[in-house]
Design a protein around this ligand. Sequence first.
Ligand SMILES: *[C@@H]1O[C@H](CO)[C@@H](O)[C@H](O)[C@H]1NC(C)=O
Ligand SMILES: *[C@@H]1O[C@H](CO)[C@@H](O)[C@H](O)[C@H]1NC(C)=O
Ligand SMILES: *[C@@H]1O[C@H](CO)[C@@H](O)[C@H](O)[C@H]1NC(C)=O
Ligand SMILES: *[C@@H]1O[C@H](CO)[C@@H](O)[C@H](O)[C@H]1NC(C)=O
Length: 760
Amino acid sequence: MRIYSPWLVLLTAAVCGVTAKEVIHTASLNFDGAGHNLSSQNNRGGWVNPEDLTPMPQCIAQQDQSTWLSAMTQCTGKRCTSHFGVFCTHHQWLTQLSCLSTAFSSDVIKGYLPYCSRSVLAKAQLYVWVREHTGRTWLVDVGDANELQNLSPASLAEGYAAVNVMYKAPTCLTRSVSALSMEPFHRVMASCSFTSTTLHTGNAARPWEYSGSLRSMIALDFETVGYDLTHHRIGYGNYFDKECFCSAFTIDPLQEPCSGPGQIDWTKERLWINATCGPMSLPDNWMDRLKTTEFAYIPIEDWHWPTCVTDMPKQVTGLTDQCATDACEIDSNGYCKVKRAVDRACFCHNISYRSCGGSCQIFETRIDYVKWLHGLCGSVQDWHGLPDDWRHLAVPIPSDMVPWRWTIQPSNTSDNAPITLPGSIESTEKCASNEEKLGSFALINIATFLAAYLGRRTGLHRITRSFLWHPHPWGWVSTGLLIAVLQLLANCLNAFLVQSTFGYEDTPVFQLMLLWCSMPRPAWLPILLITSQPFEAMNFSAAASSLLAEMILQLLSSYYIIMTVDYGLKHNFYFADMEGVERGTSAKTMYAGALLWFLIIGVAFVQLWRTIPIMNRLTGSGNLDLPKWQRSTQRASNNAEEPWAYSNEHRTRSGENSAHWKTKSRTLEETSLMSDKGGIHKSYGTLPTESQIDWASQKAFMNLHVVTAISMLLLWIAQWLFWGGFISLSSEEFCPPRLGILTAVWIVFSLAGAAIGATV
Ligand SMILES: *[C@@H]1O[C@H](CO)[C@@H](O)[C@H](O)[C@H]1NC(C)=O
Ligand SMILES: *[C@@H]1O[C@H](CO)[C@@H](O)[C@H](O)[C@H]1NC(C)=O
Ligand SMILES: *[C@@H]1O[C@H](CO)[C@@H](O)[C@H](O)[C@H]1NC(C)=O
Ligand SMILES: *[C@@H]1O[C@H](CO)[C@@H](O)[C@H](O)[C@H]1NC(C)=O
């Protein structure tokens, strides 16, 4: 058998003085003997060699052994073991067995019992010794050992734990004394400890000895209490009986061994007591202010920052260091495992939503930041770091859904409100309502519409032509360019008008101008008006100039519209659920408008690509922008020294159309076809029996025309959606001042554009 359990030995040394010292002295000796047989051949007429007696039980070794030893001494005497005749040749100190049964009376045992009966296993070990040496089946009173006869694991009512858990207790606890008995922690622990099997702690071969110098029996060994007393086995090691420990060691709730709730040891102590003895050994509210990583403390390794951490000021990022402390992570057994952690309350009380600016206040990073902050501090008592309407900040706010960052606002309001919340604006100049803004657009459209329509009907173009225009037209290209430039000029002028207003000095002129290019204009109208006329009478150059102007403006507006589509896709506005998002519908409208615009442009281009090869084949040239017979139209009109369209239209209305346009068409087609495809001759009669190629050409052109007109109309609708959504989305951030003047400028320029367009 091995000798081990150094801490038990040391412990006994501390408790038992001289004898124990000798135990340590001889502790290096090994013993490999059989059991003890008191009635062995060493039994010399009721006297036995002390070393054949069973070693001292653990609970006796841990107490003052003097009574025990004197009882043994009293039964020990010098006996002659070898005779030669009447002479004695050899003396030996022997112990009389019958004496022991009287020496170890209940009175002697009584003194040792309180300590020995703390642990049922220790008591059982004592009982076995007493029964063996005295033959009694009780210790002090009859029947007091009945429960010890048949031990089982269930006899340890509260179970047991490894002695090693002692190292999980703070030193202030292990150095303290029990409030009840003033007994030191270690001593209580020793009294309740046992080993997996009975072990010897000293000289097992010679557990007892008579010391002549001390004139007393001394113990050179004692046996530890073994779990095998329960007839069951457990893993090798040192254990202690929880019931024994928890009843013997108590703490005073008013004066706990480890003081100060702020100290980690205080938490360690309470957790240790709870894990070992259960919550009943602690005050009712023992869990208050525990420094555990359950909630109040966040282990450093579990700490994470929101994405906008790079924009956080040093005071905030440094908080994790300032608020770092030790806290207990409760292990599976309920004991404390000290971890470096951040004090949640300390951190939260030093941070609020306003602590971080920059990207922490912008859209997705803001949403992430708000959620992080709420998750971190939302349940911390007395923390009010988030604004009352923080739930609005945790979803996209209207300004997040505008794809660009500039605004048209008086600078005074944008200064003190980094994020503009609805209702937080106290504009110095009242912002025009959304209806007014959209109304001004409608007004411009109606004016342009009327101008184009009435102009065509009343011959406005003739008047404008005679006043403004050189009789020789500049051609559709220059007209188209001019119309576009006029529109840009209007935008530019207005942007400067806005910028020159007090408080609007920061207005980005160029961006505003570009954005206004996407304003809905009824450009489809001139094209549609032409389509309503008979084919041969159509003024294609007017349409072409109008188309060119529109193409230039749409090209410019594509910048913001494509930006919108891109932004919408990137931030998932097209597919995300906008339920509960403030002005989500407006945003959806705006993004839908932009997407519609994008799709229409795409489809129109596809249509164009499909039509152009036909046109090329028909016109026989690679000149895409102006088909042959349109040029011939111009030529014809030039030759006539009179606007072709006008005369044509005029005649149409005055009833002599049929004959005329047949002639016209004949000229037209002859010019066109003869010049390029001279080989093809057709007959032109009074009935419109037209050549196949001519018919195809017309059809292709009509197709192109219809596609263009419809695309324009749809683009116009898309732009209305875009602007309608945008204006209601950013009603406070898009506040151009002097709306009336701006509108007037646009109307004037649009009318001028319409007039120029009509002159071609
Ligand atoms: C003790 O001795 C008796 C007789 O001397 C013997 O019958 C018994 O088996 C012994 N017991 C042990 C455990 O050696
Ligand atoms: C306290 O002990 C009980 C039972 O021993 C256990 O259920 C509980 O989780 C422990 N409490 C803490 C905070 O560890
Ligand atoms: C703020 O942080 C400091 C440490 O930087 C801490 O001492 C203080 O208690 C915290 N404030 C609050 C209200 O918790
Ligand atoms: C802001 O408005 C106040 C009056 O409300 C005015 O005194 C101040 O000059 C304005 N500041 C700016 C930058 O326009």
